[in-house]
Design a protein around this ligand. Structure first.
Ligand code: ATP
Ligand code: ZN
Ligand code: ZN
Length: 729
């Protein structure tokens, strides 16, 4: 008899324990099973199997309750290998989230412990050659020869009729066999890549990284410096060593391009994993990886959990990107997982960016990471010239439009030259801020140096980092003007405006709405590439990775929106965004220019970006982080206290704050304050922010809180610990 410890499907903390079931036969750890659970049949995940010599009756007598048998074993093989099972446990401890939630995050939908919905395996019929010999006719003989040379052919793909094959079957030369047919998410024809010779700078980086197995390397290379070629070369070398490669990219919009580049170079050795694939495609790609039929996985965040064996290298492109942070349970940072996996495989990690995160760059400065720099574009192509327009000046000239006079001029000139334009309208979320129409001042928190967010339901302005809040002001606190406005607008309105304003403008709008359908991103970009449009208008989605040779002008309509979001990373995000989007201009033969519209023409995030000067930005931003005590000078964890009952949230938040005050000595505690969006999906949330250097006492306190609210108390108030928070929503 075997006692089987099963994790159940409910990803709530109160069930983050295993339940015991019995099985007459032994089964594998890590498979899914069907079990009876409170009068239902549910799917659980086998965490452990213990042999026992006792009978069911003896066991029940000892335990004092009735044991149930497992109803059915779903998988033959464990879903996750030992490395990934261990990782799930570590992840659960690290993020204080339920183990089942970690497993869910690691597996594709069809294989999640909670899924009953099965995606079938797709089959195809192939022709298999059984015997050689001489068939009856010449045609049949030719056909047999063909099939010997092209094993595994499908009847529909060969230059002989089905009749001919049927005759061969009758004579016993060949047979039809059903085999599994993988759904292929990459439907385009694969063309051979134009192979480029690496420059000596690129080669030096590749050599450096290859010589030091097991290190984390940061490649800081300006836009268009050829980082992608470095990734390809590294991947090639790792494959030659018989090892596998994980190529991670920030978000869906970028994935297709990186996929294409890798597919072209490495063909069938590449699998793709990202959320835009169909259920069936994902299932098949996952199994191809699991069966070790591929050597490279290209994918977004969750692909870091791909069941690759023998990993030699993990690459994170655009390592600074916020989408590498998972914002639901378990709230992990992809780079952290990548490093953990790399260390179990003795693999190297490569982080690449034109604008590295401050966390990574400061680690490189300390020697924790190896730093490699590419400060020139390929072929010494100059970086585009960037100009700044002061929008306040425009207002003084009674131009209240979204387009400055220079912007209008530049766009029209570019269109007249038959070249292409990228326009960035950085509309971030719906959080709006309040700005004075006369002096341009944005209303900020006096304690935190972030702009206040307008809370429409209460008509108040609030700081998301501390308790500070004020009623919506009557006048500008800076100049006393009564002309205040809340700022916020969208791409759709502007699209119409642009087509009216410019001669010959054909706008392609690229945002979450227009790219929703399958391969929507690719289709729009293809249209732009084929010159079906001459202006690509989009949100921050267009800032990264795009490589169009005819784009010679990039306009940033509102650099300030990202500067004024209530986040200590606001300057960093703005700098990154501006550098990235500027980097889309002038990548071909012609010189490119960039124009940035802003109300903060003197802000170092904007001026450093205009000069393509990462160092200068880094120095100034590090000073601010040091003074205001933000990462990388400390760690941060945001506690989200949530409940469906409004009254309970604040009470619990105060209690927790009191507990933390008592048990944490060496940290700064802020809050509790309401979340950016207080009520979300009927759940009310408050936050406490902890800034700390030494994690032990903080972690211990959080563990206790987690234990109490999430396990013992069963549910009225729950607490989420968000380590390395990226969002205050
Ligand atoms: N060694 C090389 N010789 C010739 N062309 C190259 C070489 N390496 C890269 N390129 C070309 O230079 C261009 C820019 O390279 P790539 O897109 O890799 O830059 P990147 O550093 O990833 O830029 P970004 O950060 O802006 O995405 C591409 O068109 C690429 O094909
Ligand atoms: Zn004012
Ligand atoms: Zn504040």
């Amino acid at each position: 008899m075997y006692i089987v410890k099963v994790l159940t499907e409910h990803p709530v903390h109160s069930l983050d324990t295993t339940f015991d079931y019995l099985s007459e036969s032994c089964l594998n750890k890590g498979v899914r099973v069907l079990i009876p659970f409170h009068h239902r049949k549910i799917i659980g995940y086998v965490e452990n199997v213990e042999k026992t010599s006792l009978t069911k009756e003896e066991l029940e007598q000892e335990a004092g309750f009735t044991y149930h048998y497992i109803l059915e074993v779903i998988d033959e093989e464990p879903l996750l290998n030992q490395e990934l099972q261990d990782l799930a446990n570590t992840l659960s401890q690290m993020t204080l989230s339920p183990r089942i939630a970690c497993l869910q995050a690691m597996l594709p939908t069809q294989l999640k412990p909670s899924t009953t919905h099965a995606v079938g395996v797709k089959l195809k019929t192939i022709i298999e050659v059984l015997n050689d010999g001489t068939p009856q006719t010449i045609k049949q003989k030719e056909c047999l020869e063909y099939l010997k040379e092209n094993p595994q052919s499908q009847a529909k793909d060969i230059p002989y009729t089905k009749g001919v094959v049927d005759r061969l079957v009758e004579q016993g030369f060949v047979q039809y066999v059903q085999v599994e047919d993988y759904r292929n998410p990459f439907s385009k024809d694969i063309m051979e890549n134009k192979r480029v010779e690496l420059t000596s700078d690129q080669q030096a980086i590749v050599d450096g990284i290859m010589q030091k197995t097991g290190r984390v390397s940061l490649i800081h290379g300006v836009t268009g410096s050829g980082k992608t070629e470095i990734y390809l070369a590294l991947a090639g070398y790792i494959l030659e060593q018989g090892k596998t490669v994980m190529m991670l990219v920030p978000e869906i919009s970028l994935t297709p391009m990186m996929v294409e580049v890798f597919k072209r170079r490495f063909k069938e050795a590449v699998a793709i994993l990202h959320s835009r694939l169909s259920q069936g495609e994902k299932y098949d790609e996952y199994r191809r990886i699991k069966r070790q039929e591929v050597k490279i996985v290209v994918g977004a965040r969750s692909a870091v959990f791909a069941p690759l064996e023998n990993i030699g290298l993990i690459i994170l492109d655009e390592e600074h990107d916020a989408s590498y942070k998972q914002e639901s349970k378990p709230r992990y940072l992809t780079s952290q997982i990548a490093k953990m996996r790399a260390s179990s495989h003795h693999a190297s990690v490569v982080l690449g960016s034109a604008t590295p995160s401050l966390e990574s760059y400061s680690r490189a400065m300390k020697g924790i990471y190896d730093l490699y720099t590419l400060d020139k574009r390929i072929n010494q192509k100059p970086l585009p010239k960037v100009e700044i327009v002061d929008m306040l000046e425009e207002m003084h000239h009674r131009n209240y439009s979204l387009f400055s006079r220079t912007m209008k001029e530049r766009i029209q000139m570019t269109l007249d030259r038959q070249e292409q334009v990228i326009l960035l309208l950085n509309k971030r979320g719906y959080a709006s801020y309040v700005q004075c129409r006369d002096c341009g001042e944005v209303i900020k928190c006096p304690h935190c140096d972030v702009s206040l967010t307008y809370h429409k339901d209460e008509h108040r302005l609030k700081c998301h980092y501390c308790e500070y809040q004020i009623p919506y002001p009557q006048v500008c606190p800076h100049c006393g003007s009564k002309h205040l406005k809340t700022v916020g607008f969208g791409t759709q309105k502007i699209e119409e405006e642009i087509e009216r304003m410019f001669h010959g403008a054909r706008v392609i709008r690229y945002d979450v709405d227009t790219t929703r359908q399958k391969n929507g991103h690719l289709k729009l970009l293809e249209k732009f590439k084929n010159k079906e449009g001459n202006i690509l208008l989009g949100t921050q989605m267009i800032a990264k990775g795009l490589d169009f040779e005819d784009v010679t002008f990039v306009g940033v309509l509102n650099a300030d929106l990202s500067l004024n979001i209530p986040d200590f990373r606001a300057s960093e995000r703005t700098f990154q965004l501006l550098c990235q989007v500027a980097g889309r201009s002038g990548r071909g033969q012609k010189q490119g220019t960039v124009l940035i519209q802003t109300y903060n023409p003197e802000h170092y995030a904007i001026t450093s970006a205009a000069h393509h000067d990462y160092q200068s930005f880094y120095k100034q931003e590090m000073l601010y982080r040091q003074k205001a005590k933000y990462p990388p000078y400390c760690h941060m964890v945001s506690l989200i206290i949530q409940s469906r009952q409004e009254g309970l949230v604040h009470q619990a938040a105060i209690e927790i704050k009191g507990y933390l005050d008592k048990h944490i000595q060496q940290a700064v505690l802020l809050g509790p304050a309401k979340s950016g969006i207080f009520k979300m999906q009927d759940i009310y949330r408050e936050r406490i922010l902890i800034k700390f250097i030494h994690s032990q006492e903080v972690y211990q306190a959080l563990e206790t809180i987690n234990e109490f609210y999430n396990k013992k108390q069963k549910g009225k108030v729950t607490v989420v610990c968000d380590f390395n928070p990226y969002s205050q929503i």
